[in-house]
Ligand binder design. Structure first.
Ligand SMILES: Cc1cc2nc3c(=O)[nH]c(=O)nc-3n(C[C@H](O)[C@H](O)[C@H](O)COP(=O)(O)OP(=O)(O)OC[C@H]3O[C@@H](n4cnc5c(N)ncnc54)[C@H](O)[C@@H]3O)c2cc1C
Length: 396
């Protein structure tokens, strides 16, 4: 077997699509059956949108796709600030249910020629002289020349190869609940609540098509709130008048709520193993400040594919590229987190960024990663039009 990809989430599907399109033999194993849900806020930043556009995803194939125009942030003191995202062409933020998005991405990978095998979990992996020996599904064995481990936060591939970090449970823990019949406001606006007792975490309401919204909140592991107390905290959040107002009187929860860890340790967990590259959550590459990881999953999936296609030593090249793309943003985000933990600083920052139309628009661009977070420290990214460029899918 040439290339085995473990996990068909955004990271695995991106890598599979690009490799299959380049004519390589790619087999993707996922333990789930698609369409499958993934506990997530479903928010797509400009990074994710640009990667999706590059992959050739058509937003029209994603049922719940909802572009976002305005972001509303409520400071710990109760002050609300509206941040308009740049007006067309193109979009700078969108929301799409992961069940729909990931299914479209799997279709894209299949369409490119990848063999996607559902309900086929990885059972074991062992380095061998010709690559990696894999055991999957009902005790099937393969030897893959290259392995891309895109199997999420708990990465069974990492564990099987003996590269798991003892006791590691992610930097954040986040909770999600879908609602239907939400207020017109919640079905249109992306709202972020910086609640005093959640800082540096936050609660959100992200709009979806058909009068639905994805509501949730995230807390920092090891902070003031215990992960075990999230259920009570959730009930308490739902009682807060400003949150109830946004949801509206007819909002009804759908299905069960879910909670899941968010790993955010770019470059501080091994990115590679023997003939193996870890991508997406399996590489802990989510943004440590916001918890966003879909864009980073797509990006690292692409970098792993490009390393296999173009580098003499794919693992070395991949590791270098990931560090180059993500480490400065990660450092800047980590430097900002302790500041966000202070209600006064968060309040001041929201007042400052909301000073005028220019600051509001550019803060929204920066937050949604139209230009990367640590741009100031990475002159290689400076280019003409970086404050004014169009959004993703501008041609559509
Ligand atoms: C509550 C919450 C809210 C979030 N909100 C956002 C947001 O709004 N925007 C954003 O960008 N990010 C958000 N994130 C982060 C985002 O969900 C992840 O970073 C993203 O899903 C990572 O994608 P991935 O492809 O690496 O992994 P995943 O999407 O987790 O996919 C991993 C795949 O591996 C498969 N797998 C697992 N074990 C095996 C096995 N043994 N064999 C085979 N396959 C296996 C799984 O079935 C799955 O399909 C949020 C996370 C949480 C928890």
């Amino acid at each position: 077997m040439d290339i085995a990809i473990i996990g068909a989430g955004p990271a695995g599907a991106a890598a599979a699509t690009l490799l299959a399109r380049a004519g390589r033999e790619v087999t993707v194993f996922d333990r789930a059956n698609f369409p499958r849900d993934k506990c997530c806020g479903d928010g797509l930043t400009a990074l994710a949108l640009r990667e999706l556009e590059m992959l050739g995803l058509a937003p029209a194939t994603v049922g719940s796709w909802q572009p976002v125009d305005d972001v509303v942030i409520r400071s710990p003191s109760g002050r609300e600030m509206r941040y308009p995202l740049p007006e067309g062409p193109g979009i700078h933020a969108a929301v799409a249910r992961r069940e729909d998005l990931d299914n479209s991405l799997v279709d894209l990978a299949r369409g490119a020629g990848a063999d996607v095998r559902e309900s086929t979990p990885l059972r074991d992996a062992m380095a061998s002289i010709d690559g990696v020996e894999l055991t999957v599904g009902d005790d099937e064995h393969f030897v893959a020349r290259h392995v891309i481990a895109a199997d999420g936060m708990w990465s069974p591939t990492r564990k099987a190869l003996g590269l798991a970090i003892d006791g590691y449970r992610g930097e954040w823990h986040a909770f999600r609940q879908y609602y239907r019949n939400v207020s017109p406001r919640a079905s249109r606006e992306l709202v972020i609540w910086f609640e005093k007792d959640l800082l540096p975490g936050y609660a959100w309401s992200f709009p979806l098509a058909d009068g639905r919204a994805n509501i949730g909140f995230g807390i920092q592991r090891g902070g003031d709130n215990a992960v075990g107390a999230m259920n009570e905290l959730w009930l308490d959040l739902l009682e807060r008048p400003h949150i109830r107002d946004v949801l509206g009187p007819d909002a009804e929860p759908e299905d069960r709520h879910l909670a899941w860890p968010i790993p955010a340790r770019v470059g501080r967990v091994p990115l590679v193993g023997p003939s193996t590259m870890f991508v997406g959550d399996a590489a802990a590459v989510t943004d440590p400040m916001t918890g966003e990881g879909i864009g980073q999953a797509l990006l690292t999936g692409r970098l792993a594919a490009e390393a296999i296609l173009h580098a003499a030593d794919p693992e070395k090249s991949y590791e270098r590229e990931v560090r180059c793309e993500l480490v400065s943003d990660d450092r800047m985000a980590r430097a900002l987190i302790p500041l966000l933990g202070h209600p006064m600083i968060t309040r001041g920052a929201i007042r400052l960024t909301g000073a005028n139309g220019w600051t509001r628009r550019n803060f929204a661009r920066w937050m949604f990663e139209d230009y990367p977070r640590a741009m100031i420290a990475t002159p290689r990214r400076w280019h003409r039009g970086m404050f004014t460029g169009s959004g993703a899918f501008a041609a559509e």
